[in-house]
Design a protein around this ligand. Sequence first.
Ligand SMILES: [Zn+2]
Ligand SMILES: [Zn+2]
Length: 158
Amino acid sequence: MPQALLIIICAAIVIGVFLFMEGVAWFAHKYIMHGFLWSWHRSHHKHHNHTLERNDLFALVFSIPCISLFYYSTLVVYNPYLIAVSIGILCYGLFYMVFHDIIVHQRVKWWPRNRSKYLNRMIKAHHIHHKKHTKEDCEAFGFLYAPKKFENRDIKQG
Ligand SMILES: [Zn+2]
Ligand SMILES: [Zn+2]
């Protein structure tokens, strides 16, 4: 296969996996974190002054398949397509961390001054998610995808 074609295919895989991961994150948030593993996620819906939350275990657990895939696709078999999948997952994890843990929850104090309309909508949607502190009744389970309906919602109304 010509090198250029391989690069294009791998780039498409990275982007595809990145988008797919938002679906995975939405599903995990709605059905696992607000489901049978609420005992971990509850710590993230509570006000506290600890540095770490039990919820951080999810980041640890979710990193294992990504690290394993990187290991497998580089050191066990050499497979550029699988490496592209690993990179897609890694990129999603990095974007998620910067958006969710830094910009929204300010675990590192950084607040981008020039925020696009869409970024503001993402932030708002996640604040709406956090209006409720219960396992049930929450909405806006996505992270990087915020539907337009959250644009004009008043956060105070939840
Ligand atoms: Zn939640
Ligand atoms: Zn959050």
